[in-house]
Ligand binder design. Structure first.
Ligand code: ZN
Length: 340
């Protein structure tokens, strides 16, 4: 199918599951009730996407409090009891982060429950996201490895274990979220891609990396305002990504200052283009979505284009996120008619 649609990953959590409109929400329930509620919310996420006509659907990340820490909770060797304040994404914002204090090991499966639940309840292609090794290493303090790259490679091996298991669960696409690639551009070719290759080692399913300019929170909006008229971060990292073994690259397009011609540097890759802005509550029209797809067509072959959101929608209002999903589905359908 031409211009299939998908989402970057997260969707707003229902208010009975967690505090709404927050990036780090508190859960409303505990224990078995919480575990059951997460799966109920996963079903809801599938239904929203199916009804909106989204083709490659996600679990909505309903089972994780945050896209990085949802993975870290399942890793031994990390001290969550004594968090420290750290400037993350090159000091763009401060966060209280846990500390690595020993050898990293998985406690068990991370996303098995929601992946299997989703697999049973939808016929559509299913994507599950994991945080990328560079982004994890930038969101945690190290008191054990003494070397950021060594620690990132240790995380990459754990991600690989979970990714292989997700593939066995029937997941069609495994995506690694690497917003840090847009911050530490010089390190991407050096070791960032090597870490991703370790994370996807042995996988036969589709693989993706998501590289954005962040959620629509104030620190990110202020940062974007400081980047000037043209955002050329992608120019530094796309050539290395084009040579990598990652199959798909998810990028921010609509309402961003990324020159679309940079997308031609991703030769050979499926490009998940952001046609929905997650930093504004204004809902895109299907015409506007189709127009962005049309603009990208000058630089990416049409069989390589997937319509996507710029980033996750976790902190958005639920009614707005649902309306944006519908615009995404309708806009991709309109583009199929116009350019298919
Ligand atoms: Zn993102």
């Amino acid at each position: 199918m031409m211009f299939p649609s998908t989402v970057a990953g997260s969707l707003p959590k229902p208010s009975w599951l967690a505090e709404p409109n927050k990036l780090w929400p508190q859960w409303r329930l505990q224990g078995e009730e919480l575990a059951a509620a997460k799966l109920d919310a996963t079903l809801l996420a599938l239904k929203w996407q199916e009804d909106a006509g989204i083709d490659i659907i996600c679990d909505g990340e309903m089972s994780r409090q945050h896209f990085v820490h949802g993975f870290l909770e399942f890793v031994d060797g990390i001290d969550f009891a004594h968090k420290v304040e750290m400037g993350i994404r090159a000091d763009r914002y401060k966060a209280m982060v846990p500390v690595v204090r020993g050898e990293l090991k998985l406690k068990g499966r991370v996303h098995q429950a929601e992946a299997r639940h989703a697999r049973v309840h939808t016929q559509r292609k299913l994507k599950i996201t994991l945080p990328g090794p560079m982004t994890i290493s930038d969101t945690i303090a190290d008191a054990h490895y003494g070397d950021k790259i060594k620690m990132a490679m240790a995380f990459a091996d754990l991600l690989n274990t979970e990714a292989r298991a997700l593939e066995k669960d029937g997941v069609d696409v495994i995506q690694f979220d690497e917003p840090a690639f847009n911050v530490f551009m010089g390190e991407v070719a050096g070791w960032g891609i090597e870490a991703l290759h370790r994370a996807i080692d042995g996988l036969k399913c589709a693989t993706a990396v998501h590289i954005c300019y962040g959620y629509g929170i104030k620190a990110n909006i202020d940062w974007k305002n400081s980047l000037g008229a043209e955002w050329r971060q992608y120019e530094e990292i796309f050539p290395a990504l084009a040579k990598s073994r990652i199959g798909q690259v998810s990028v921010e397009c609509i309402n961003s200052h990324v020159p679309l011609k940079l997308l031609s540097l991703l030769d050979g890759k499926d490009v998940l283009i952001g046609v929905i802005d997650v930093a504004t509550d204004k809902v895109e029209s299907p015409e506007r979505v189709a127009q962005v797809i049309g603009d990208v067509l000058k630089f990416v072959p049409k069989e390589k284009i997937v319509a996507c959101t710029n980033c996750g929608m976790a902190p958005m209002r639920r009614d707005i996120a649902e309306a944006k999903l519908i615009a995404l589905g309708q806009g991709a359908a309109l583009a199929r008619k116009k350019y298919g």
